[in-house]
Design a protein around this ligand. Sequence first.
Ligand SMILES: Cc1cc2nc3c(=O)[nH]c(=O)nc-3n(C[C@H](O)[C@H](O)[C@H](O)COP(=O)(O)OP(=O)(O)OC[C@H]3O[C@@H](n4cnc5c(N)ncnc54)[C@H](O)[C@@H]3O)c2cc1C
Length: 297
Amino acid sequence: MNINSFKDKFLNEVQFDYELARFTWFGVGGRAEILFIAEDLMSLSNFLNNKPKELNLLIIGAGSNLLIRDKGFKGIVVLTKKLNKINIDENHIITAEAGATDADVARFARNNIRGGLEFLLGIPGTIGGGIKMNSGAFGSEFKDVLIDVKAINHSGKFRTFTNKELGMNYRSIKISKEWIFCSARFQTFKDQKINIENKMKQIIALRREAQPTGVKTGGSTFKNPVGKKAWKLIDKAGCRGYNIGGAMISEKHCNFIINSKKSTAQDIEDLGEYVKDKVKKTSGIDLHWEIKRIGTK
Ligand SMILES: Cc1cc2nc3c(=O)[nH]c(=O)nc-3n(C[C@H](O)[C@H](O)[C@H](O)COP(=O)(O)OP(=O)(O)OC[C@H]3O[C@@H](n4cnc5c(N)ncnc54)[C@H](O)[C@@H]3O)c2cc1C
């Protein structure tokens, strides 16, 4: 299908030239050429089956790990937030769609008195973003609890990947970028509700203590280098509280950049690059971005 017929066919299901800042935690970013909010997996599959190959695709979950550049994204942005069903089967396996929030999945497991997913409460993303990033907190990561993942590619073909096939490592996975995660199955274990609730309370308390809350941020900006903490290297480089435009290194957690005063995406990216440079000069270590920077430069 060519681009014009595609646009005509999905005229009532897409938005054109749509501002993306509202879909990211940083609250910055330009516009999407085409925005599609998937209502369910069938509509996503139908959409992808018709998508012209030459149009780029970007998936946004909760936008908590994304820096979308000010010039926006040329192509299609798909939002997964309505793919948010969660259920449990007779073997106590929990299945969650990609747009379900990690916190909702943690609470669902608690309500069903199943342990192992408490750490999800500490990650402000969706299941899809969590798989892509192999996100983790408080000693657990997606890799530890995932059984398998149902995914669809850019042509609408479905496939299931086992945990092993995903090739998950620290904040990364190995499978091709063409796969969009639809749903995931999680292993849980029997526990007492009071234990689960206590773990969750502890997670909330630890987050409040260690991280800035109620601010526009993308979480950890850089991955921790092997055996080191990125925040310590950034602190040593003298960057705590440093700002470029409206973007600032958090006083509370040096690996967090905050959009403190109407920052642009450019301010945030420039600040990150400044910090990288300073750390290289003071510690000789190369930091690598954990936040995904996407869009036209
Ligand atoms: C305050 C704060 C605290 C945080 N704390 C933590 C933490 O403790 N541990 C941690 O690991 N991270 C943390 N993060 C980062 C972030 O929450 C995680 O990386 C999260 O898993 C991202 O999920 P998301 O849905 O927001 O993904 P998005 O930011 O929307 O997207 C991230 C990447 O995943 C891709 N993606 C999203 N959905 C899909 C899908 N369905 N299929 C394929 N690709 C997809 C996107 O295209 C993009 O490349 C924090 C962020 C913030 C703002």
